[in-house]
Write a protein that binds this ligand. Structure first.
Ligand code: NAD
Length: 490
């Protein structure tokens, strides 16, 4: 780490050391709350990525030989250190994302849980015992690591996204090169340094910073990388699938969402409003699982909209504890979201509330957008089909459950979904027929807990599920081993 003027100059983390980019070029990372420069991010090149991959390749030779239980012991120490430093981690997350200290601390605690879960998997990294059609043949499966894992993450929940991938990758015996988000570089380094202090051998976890291209793309293209696990946009995911898929590398894609929340005419409306608010607007709507399409039964449409609009207008925008949502991550996201709202308005969308940056002088220079509800758009409108990744949700009136399910499914994404109803029949009909990897009843469109599989249909991914024990299938190869017992032993 060094300084550029008064600002922190971030380094890559390779072979247990902080190393600047070979280009000697850095670009600025801005504070989402006020637009000021927060730090400078290494503009890493393919050469820097190759160096990190080489470091991970070398470390793989011994990391894979350590027992999974011992790897788990190191990860438990790592998690302990995270717990001791949770305030420091939370401060870093809050600074880089603009979310409140309280929300940032919750993210750190969720990341710690993720680590605990996978550290424990070191004691359960078992296979299956199999029967054979051949007499005296005894078979079983074991899990083996793939090699070097390239892990690419976005900044919406920067620490949780990293924990989600690094812990399962390492417990399975892989070594890793993490491409941290250019919008949250310091969080990636702080995490890696804690791993190092906890006893991760040099080279087991490396961090590369930089732009999507060349830093991220070089990791995807590097033939020494055996597995790419990517969380990010569907557009980038599609390119990764083609590029890494061409050399038959393992690819796990956790992509975007356009998640429906349905409110039936028998729902508890106040309860539904609470969940609609947190689904649509928490983390400023920058959640793959955000409810960005809300479908409401005709009979209660006006009543529900009125309550939801009132509640939305009471939400507090800002970076402090007590605020409900902070800024979006960068200026280009900010511009894109405001343009999407303006476009919807031009196409006949009715802005029920929000639609612009907040007026408070203290927020004037930040990347803030008021929580926004838009009604009156057809289901094929881009605001109903494209992910906005900001605090914007549409409201659509539906006649009945059949129409709600049809419209919910009329979308390329299929990540999460929720329904609010008192009817078991309606609830069951919905969870069975909605096209999504997560389906909730009388909850929000939230989906992930460390021990639960998460992922989606269609444009939301490529069918893998992380985290949960299902992540072990992403980060390991199964080997089927058989023994033949020769005749009688005398
Ligand atoms: P993004 O695809 O632009 O970037 C994500 C990461 O990929 C960044 O680190 C970026 O530098 C890197 N990247 C960009 N281009 C690349 C390339 N050509 N090759 C390799 N790496 C590249 O996504 P974003 O806008 O930063 O993040 C938001 C997206 O992430 C949304 O679509 C959201 O739904 C999705 N997301 C999905 C999940 C999930 O679990 N399904 C969770 C969080 C976020």
């Amino acid at each position: 780490m060094s300084r550029q003027g008064t600002h922190l100059r971030i380094s890559n983390w390779i072979q247990g050391r902080a190393i600047g980019p070979s280009s000697k070029a850095w670009f600025p990372k801005h504070n989402p709350h006020n637009g000021m420069i927060l730090s400078y991010v290494p503009d890493s090149s393919a050469a820097d990525v190759a160096r990190a991959v080489e470091s991970a390749r070398k470390a793989f030779c011994f990391w894979r030989e350590i027992s999974a239980v011992q790897r788990g012991d190191i990860l438990f120490r790592f998690v302990e250190l995270m717990r001791e430093n949770e305030k420091k981690l939370a401060t870093c997350v809050a600074q880089e994302t603009g979310k409140s200290p309280r929300d940032s601390l919750q993210e750190v605690q969720a990341s710690i849980r993720q680590g605990q879960f996978f550290a424990g998997e070191g004691m359960r990294l078992h296979g299956r015992s199999l029967v054979s059609a051949v007499a005296r043949k005894h078979s079983h499966t074991i899990r083996q690591p793939l090699g070097v894992a390239g892990l690419i993450v976005p900044a919406n929940t920067p620490l949780a996204n990293i924990a989600w991938k690094v812990f399962p990758a390492l417990i399975c015996g892989n070594t890793a090169v993490l491409k941290a988000s250019e919008d949250a570089p310091a969080t990636g380094n702080l995490f890696a340094e804690m791993g190092w202090r906890a006893g991760l051998p040099a080279g087991v976890l490396n961090v590369i910073h930089g732009r999507g291209s060349p830093a991220g793309s070089s990791l995807v293209e590097n033939p020494e990388v055996d597995l790419i696990s990517f969380t990010g946009s569907t557009q980038t995911g599609r390119w990764i699938a083609q590029t890494a898929g061409a050399r038959l590398a393992r690819v796990s894609l956790e992509l975007g969402g356009k998640n429906p929340l349905v409110v039936c005419d028998d729902a508890d409306l106040d309860h539904a409003v609470v969940w609609a608010l947190s689904s649509a607007f928490s983390n400023a709507g920058q959640r793959c699982a955000a409810a960005s399409r809300i479908f409401v039964f005709r009979k209660i449409y006006r009543a529900f909209c009125a309550r939801l609009v009132r509640a939305t207008e009471r939400l507090k925008v800002g970076p402090q504890n007590g605020c409900d949502l902070g800024p979006v991550i960068n200026s280009s996201s900010h511009r894109r979201i405001l343009e999407a709202i303006a476009g919807a308005k031009k196409r006949g969308g009715k802005i029920l509330t929000g639609g612009k940056p907040p007026k408070q002088p203290a927020l004037r220079h930040g990347y803030y957008v008021e929580p926004t509800l838009v009604a009156g758009l057809p289901s094929h409108d881009v605001l109903n089909t494209d992910e906005i990744f900001g605090p914007v949700a549409t409201l659509t009136e539906v006649a009945d459950l059949e129409e709600a399910i049809r419209l919910a499914n009329d979308c390329p994404y299929g990540l999460t979904a929720a329904i609010h109803t008192r009817s078991v029949d309606r609830a069951w009909e919905f969870v069975e027929h909605v096209r999504s990897g997560v389906a909730n009843v009388n909850l929000g469109t939230h989906g992930s807990e460390p021990h639960m599989p998460f992922g989606g249909f269609g444009a939301s991914g490529n069918g893998t599920r992380e985290p949960g024990v299902e992540a072990l299938d992403v980060y390991s190869e199964l080997k089927t081993i058989s023994f033949f017992r020769r005749g009688q032993i005398r």
